[in-house]
Structure formats: C-alpha cells, structure tokens
Design a protein around this ligand. Structure first.
Ligand code: F6P
Length: 319
C-alpha cells in the first residue's frame, strides 16, 4: 500500500482545510494510507505525524486556518534539518508528499523532489504573488474580507467627511489592494507595482470634495510606505481629517469563499492523482479556468505580472 503525507507551511490561507480534505479523501478513495504532518516542515523534521481517516477531515471544508497547523521552519532550511526530514520520511514509510503553501514552501517541495521524495505543491497564500497561476488559494477570500471592511469604513468616512487609509497585506504584491480597491470602489489604490504621488491623491481628494463627495477611501498595500505618515501628509496638504485602519491578520482568517473551496478541492484531488501517476516536483495552478501543473522551479521562475488593465479600470472608475 502506498503512503502519502500532507503538510501546510508558511502563512496560513483560507481554503487550506478544503485542500487538505480533498487530498486525504482522494487518497483514501484510491486505497492509499494517508498521513497528516503537523506544523509544516517542523513536523516533518520532528516526526509530528498522524494517520488520517475519512472523519479526520470531516467538518473542515468551511473553516479558515489549517487543521494541520503551520510554521515558517528555519530548521528545515538547514542541511541538518533537511537530513532529519529525509530520515523521518523513511521511518514513517512516506512514499510521497502533497505540500501546501506559498513560494518558500514550494521551494522546499522542490528540494525534497530533488532529494528523491516525490512531491506536488499546491499554491496557498492570500498574497496571489505567484506568476505561474492566475489565483492562489486564499486570495479571493482575503479580497472579500477587505471589500467588506471597505464598505464598513466608507459608512463612517462619509458620516464624518474624512479620508480613510486602509492598509492591506500582500508583502511585495499589490493584488489584494488592487482587486479589493476596485471591487470596493476605493478612490485611490497604492501598490508596489505603480509609483503613486501623494499630490495625485490629494488632487483627487480635493476634486471629490468640490463636487460634494464626502468620503475618500485609499487602499494601501503594506510596505509601500507608512500609513500613518501618509495620513499626516494628506492632512497637511488638504486639511482633510485622514484616519488609518490596518487590517492585518483579519485578512488571513475566516470561512473560505466558494471559489477558494472549489479550486482547493480540485487541486487537492489533482495532487494525489499526479503522485499516483508517478509525477514529482510539480506545482499546481489555475490558468484560464483550467487546473495546470508545471515543474516547481520553472513555475517559480515565472515573473508575476501586475494586472495593468484592472488598475486602469479602477483609475477610470474612480475619477
Ligand atoms: O504571505 C502572507 C502574508 O500574510 C503577507 O501578506 C504578510 O506580509 C505576511 O504573511 C505576514 O506574515 P506573519 O505570518 O509573519 O504575520
């Protein structure tokens, strides 16, 4: 009997549980022994592993977070830690692994594949920062969370006649800010991919005021500058009271959207079937509505393209 292990690593993303469920149930359907590895690569290094059955993954499709828990493991990155992981893989008789996470996690999956352990990676990160796939699991849920926050903040922004800066996650990728800014009807979107001048934002704010607009929502991607300094500068230039909300980890939690549950289920199934067909070192993704797979190193070398068209649409509609 074959034995497949599954782990989640790096920042959690809504939909990871739906993917774990799909991996476990597809494996069991095909008569495979399924193991859950707790706390990501840390659990692989330490042997924190349990056998999973059908009911281990009952009642989780709608839950945020990851039932297997996660870490950003420094030890696995060392030669010694990596060797320990290989040793655990042998001790537990693990034939192959399904590995869920973002770019760093997929890199680990590639290293394991090169060391002779068949692996398939499933892209899970709210950032949507992987160039080879249109969407990563968790991204759309995070966008929904931000859109909900924008709607709520707009109510109070209008009541007080303020400008409001909403800082969102995304590390080096502006997709959460872009998609949520467009869907939430934000007036200004500040992302790392586009050089935005404060004066442009202030002019837009004043133009809006002059035609009776009472609110101004600025969606700011984290890392593009300090939200509080930006608020001070906008106030100094316009005299308009400007408040800051940093959404933070609220974007990582919550029940996964239908879209995320569907792609998680599809990718979970596909990952197991690829392993059963003797594939290794592949990353799954979604392109033009099709589930795709390509070599992990090749996938990670594809540069993430910023969606200029969406950005332009947001600009035109928030004139
Ligand atoms: O990569 C996902 C992400 O949520 C980023 O958007 C954010 O910058 C980072 O993780 C935060 O990481 P931590 O888990 O260390 O708070």
């Amino acid at each position: 009997m074959k034995t497949i292990g599954v782990l989640t690593s790096g920042g959690d993303a809504p939909g990871m549980n739906a993917a774990i469920r799909a991996v476990i149930r597809t494996g069991l359907y095909h008569g495979v022994k399924m193991l859950g590895i707790r706390q990501g690569y840390t659990g692989l290094v330490n042997g924190d592993i349990e056998e999973m059955n059908l009911s281990s993954v009952a009642d989780i499709i709608h839950r945020g977070g990851t039932m297997l828990r996660t870490t950003r493991s420094d030890e696995f990155m060392t030669e010694e830690g990596f060797q320990k992981a290989l040793n655990i893989i042998e001790i537990f008789g693990i034939d192959s692994l399904v590995i869920l996470g973002g770019d760093g996690t997929l890199r680990g999956a590639s290293e394991l594949a090169k060391a002779g352990v068949p692996t398939i990676g499933i892209p899970c990160t709210i950032d949507n920062d992987l160039g080879y796939t249109d969407y990563t699991i968790g991204f759309m849920t995070a966008v929904e969370t931000v859109v909900d926050a924008i709607s709520k903040i707009r109510d109070t922004s209008t009541s007080h006649g303020r400008a409001n800066i909403i800082e969102v996650m995304g590390r080096h990728c502006g997709d959460i800010a872009l998609y949520a800014g467009l869907a939430g009807g934000g007036e200004s979107i500040i992302v790392p991919e586009v050089d935005t001048k404060i004066d442009t934002i202030c002019q837009k704010l004043i133009r809006g005021r002059n035609r009776g607009k009472l609110h101004h929502i600025i969606v700011l991607a984290e890392g593009v500058g300090n939200a509080y300094d930006l608020a001070k500068e906008i106030y100094a230039k316009t005299g308009i009271d400007t408040r800051v909300t940093v959404l933070g980890h609220i974007q990582r939690g919550g029940t996964p959207s239908t879209f995320d549950r569907i792609i998680a289920s599809e990718m979970g199934r596909k990952a197991v079937e690829l392993l059963l067909d003797n594939n290794s070192g592949k990353a799954l993704g979604i392109k033009c509505n099709e589930i795709i797979n390509l070599n992990i190193d090749e996938a990670l070398s594809i540069k993430k393209e910023f969606n200029v068209n969406l950005y332009e649409t947001a600009q035109i509609l928030s004139i």
